[in-house]
Ligand binder design. Structure first.
Ligand SMILES: [Zn+2]
Length: 113
């Protein structure tokens, strides 16, 4: 299995959807599903805190506690994702190998493996 274009040897290839067959998807670890929204919530809370420091009398204690709690959730989810990473890589490799149709982004060459 080669991950290069057979025509121009570019590594910039992408899988093509196979007609008829349902698109195979790599298994996304639950920790990643958890981590991404947690990071968004954390960013939102930090932005609200900054806004309150600028326009008000400082962030309320509830908001500070919430920010710290969400930060801890991010750290835990990040750690879990780090542990899931080897499995995620294997899943991605299996997904790459199950893919039969490819297209090159450099020269638009299409081929089947
Ligand atoms: Zn190519």
């Amino acid at each position: 299995m080669q991950y290069r274009c057979p025509q121009c040897q570019s590594p910039k290839i992408m899988p093509q959807a196979q007609a008829g067959a349902p698109a195979a998807r790599p298994v996304v670890p639950k920790s990643l599903v958890f981590l991404i929204p947690a990071i968004f919530v954390l960013l939102l809370l930090v932005l609200i805190s900054i806004a309150m420091w600028i326009f008000g009398n400082g962030a309320g204690s509830t908001l500070q506690v919430a920010t710290v709690v969400v930060f801890i959730v991010c750290v835990i989810a990040g750690f879990l994702f780090y542990r899931d990473l080897p499995d995620f890589k294997i899943s991605m490799q299996a997904f790459m190998q199950s893919q039969k149709k490819w297209k090159c982004r450099e020269c638009n060459h299409e081929w089947e493996s």
